[in-house]
Write a protein that binds this ligand. Structure first.
Ligand SMILES: Cc1cc2nc3c(=O)[nH]c(=O)nc-3n(C[C@H](O)[C@H](O)[C@H](O)COP(=O)(O)OP(=O)(O)OC[C@H]3O[C@@H](n4cnc5c(N)ncnc54)[C@H](O)[C@@H]3O)c2cc1C
Length: 460
């Protein structure tokens, strides 16, 4: 029975902190990035160490409690917080240890990408992370992990060497290619289905500290020609070049010309991690596709680049996402994109075309749990707005845009972009690996104890 007395008693078993409804820090602790999520766990345990995780798992299992796991709290679906259950919160476990000689990092599950970049960049090293530095390493890694370095060094999961995992039985396992290798395979893209990762070990690469970057803003009138040129550029680009095409609201600040403030524009965002001169040459044609609204091309600290989108996706905004993988971007797809994208449904909205290919595509789809390695592009329809009264309109816009782009999709979708109404797309997200993942789920979590995730049902 999970009552007051049981909670009080359980507080004594944790080295970290147990927070209950009514405690001063309860609301802060249960709040996640997406302001549309308002769930109330029966208790929150802010773990201090692996023992706390084991005790939390055993306690939840014995009391038949739903659990949720919070890494960085950035799942758009709010999967890190549950109603009435036990929320396992890693905000006290953010340590990152770097071995510069071995070029590896060992990362606790509450670290954000900013923590990882700060520790690794001290040594001129990095591994693939996402585009917003407040995102948690935990959720991002377990779903795949896409970012500027992926075309050169692979997805974040391709750089995951090993992990320590607390299973549904409360056992601590080490997973690597040599030990519990089936579990290791599943952790490389299968989400939080198989256990709680208490430590991630990553391979690092020499990156920066300065890299060549570009942000080139083009007005919507030129969007079709810009996107066609972007598509052709991406097909030929070397692995060192990673270029995103995003439909965004032009920031209402200098140096952007006032007449464009909060108007939709296409911005090409590039990062080049090879020879600077070569990178500059590659970027030249992208700067001359039309008359840009604004552009900046030059060297930048890699860690600063990783933070450059943070302000555009603030915690507490209201968010709803849909996504595709794109087979290609034929002219009709570009036409539809341009026709439908403007105006965006709120100030924190953007639609992103993400570059794939390179090292991502040189790994077989079934070599790791992450299957969609042959898509030409990813497409994220990331709607964000401020007022609850706008929810219905913004959600409708997102669904319609998603539907309009469907004919050009591979049918697959990135697991980490699945929102709260996407349960029927879990199978699409795991594609050719879904059945194998179900078998591994049955081995490590036959009762589906870990189910606040992109849930894979155990194969009976
Ligand atoms: C603003 C923004 C930008 C983004 N940009 C990118 C991007 O560029 N590239 C990209 O690949 N993704 C990106 N994402 C998506 C991101 O990968 C997912 O939202 C991911 O879930 C975030 O991880 P988190 O730890 O913050 O999530 P949380 O909400 O804390 O966790 C989500 C789920 O992950 C699982 N999980 C987390 N930690 C653990 C653990 N230690 N053990 C077991 N399971 C765990 C659990 O199932 C949990 O429910 C972005 C998200 C946001 C909000």
């Amino acid at each position: 029975m999970f009552d007051e007395a049981t909670i009080k008693q359980s507080a004594e078993i944790f080295n970290g902190k147990l927070i209950q409804p009514g405690d001063a820090d309860y609301d802060e602790a249960r709040t996640v990035w997406n302001g549309m999520i308002d769930r109330k766990p029966a208790a929150i345990v802010q773990c201090a160490d692996v023992d706390d995780v084991v005790n939390a798992v055993n306690f939840a299992r014995e009391n038949d409690l739903l659990i949720s796991i919070k890494g960085g709290g950035h799942s758009v679906a709010g999967r890190s917080v549950c109603d009435d259950g036990l929320m396992i919160d890693f905000s006290r476990m953010k340590d990152v240890k770097v071995d510069p000689k071995a070029k590896t990092a060992t990362v606790e599950p509450g670290a954000a990408l900013a923590d990882l970049d700060a520790a690794t960049q001290k040594h001129g090293l990095a591994t693939t992370g996402g585009l917003v530095s407040e995102t948690g390493v935990g959720g991002l890694t377990l779903g795949g992990g896409m970012g500027y370095l992926a075309r050169k060094y692979g997805l974040t999961v391709d750089n995951l060497i090993s992990a320590d995992v607390v299973t549904a039985e409360g056992k601590v396992l080490h997973a690597s290619d040599d030990e519990n290798s089936d579990l290791m395979w599943a952790l490389r893209g299968g989400g939080g289905n198989f256990g709680i990762v208490t430590s991630f070990e990553f391979k690092l690469h020499e990156v920066g500290p300065e890299v060549l970057t570009a942000q080139i803003f083009y007005p919507m009138e030129t969007a079709e020609q810009v996107l066609r040129a972007y598509r052709d550029f991406a097909a030929e680009a070397p692995d060192e070049m990673s270029c995103y095409a995003l439909a965004v609201n032009v920031p209402p600040i200098e140096p952007f010309p006032e007449e464009y403030h909060m108007k939709t524009a296409i911005v090409l965002v590039a990062c080049h991690i090879g020879d600077t001169k070569e990178g500059e040459k590659l970027l030249e044609p992208l700067q001359k596709l039309a008359e840009p609204i604004f552009q900046v091309v030059g060297q930048m600290q890699y860690a600063a680049l990783q933070q450059s989108f943070d302000k555009g996706a603030p915690k507490g905004g209201r968010y709803y996402w849909k996504a595709h993988y794109m087979k290609s971007l034929p002219d009709e797809a570009i036409k539809t994109f341009v026709k439908k994208v403007d105006p965006l449904p709120g100030p924190f909205s953007l639609v992103g075309i993400e570059p794939m290919g390179g090292a991502i595509s040189r790994i077989e789809p079934s070599a790791t749990a992450f299957p969609d390695r042959n898509a030409a592009f990813g497409m994220g329809i990331w709607s964000g707005w401020t007022e609850a009264s706008h929810d219905e309109k913004a959600i409708e816009w997102t669904r319609e845009f998603h539907k309009a782009m469907e004919p050009y999709s591979t049918g697959g979708v990135y697991a980490n972009y699945l929102d709260r109404d996407d349960d029927d797309r879990v199978k699409d997200a795991f594609g050719v690996n879904h059945d194998h993942l179900r078998k591994i789920k049955a081995k490590y979590d036959p009762d589906n104890f870990f189910r606040m995730n992109q849930n894979i049902s155990p194969k009976s």
